[in-house]
Ligand binder design. Sequence first.
Ligand code: AMP
Length: 174
Amino acid sequence: MDPIETLRAAVRDVPDFPSPGIVFKDITPLLGDGPIFRLAIDLLVADCAGKDIQKIAGIDARGFLFGAAVADRLGVGFVPVRKKGKLPWKTESLAYKLEYGEAGIEVHIDAFRPGERVALIDDLLATGGTAAAASKLIEKAGGEVVQAQFLIELGFLNGRSALGAVPVKPILVY
Ligand code: AMP
C-alpha cells in the first residue's frame, strides 16, 4: 500500500467524541503499530531535511509523542509546550481563545537560545488556535518557528490561516 494510505488506514474515526458532531481522529492504532508509527516519524523527519532545525517543540500532549521521536532522530533537543500550571520553572505563557472559554499554554523561559530554529509539532491541526498560540509563545521565548508540522490537517477548518506566514506541513489531509 502507498505509505500515505497506510497511515490513513491506521487513523480511526470516532464519531461524537468528545462531544456530539465532532469526529475524533484517534491515532492510537497508528501509535500501536511499530512499522506504521516509524513510517509516520520517517515522513515528519523528511520534512525537516535541509532546514537547519535546531529544536523541536511539541504541543501537550499528543504532540509530545511525535515531537520527541523526531527530535531523537534529528539529534536535537525537545521542548514541551505545556498546558498552564504544569511546568515547574519560570515560564512564558499565553492565553488563547477556545470555541468556549479560554486556555493557557506555557514554555520555560530558558527553553530556546535566541534565534534558535524550531519546528513545532502536534498530532492534528483543527481550527489552528492551539498551534498559533504555541507558535507565538515560542517566538516570545526567543525561538524562530521555521515550520509547523502535523500528522493530520483537517483542511476544511482552514486552521493554517491562523498560523500566518509559518509554513504548515501536514502528512495526512482530510
Ligand atoms: P485546534 O486548536 O482547533 O487546532 O485544535 C487542535 C488540538 O485539539 C490538537 O492538539 C488536537 O490534538 C486536538 N483536536 C482538535 N480536533 C480534533 C479531532 N477532530 N480529533 C482529534 N484531536 C483533535
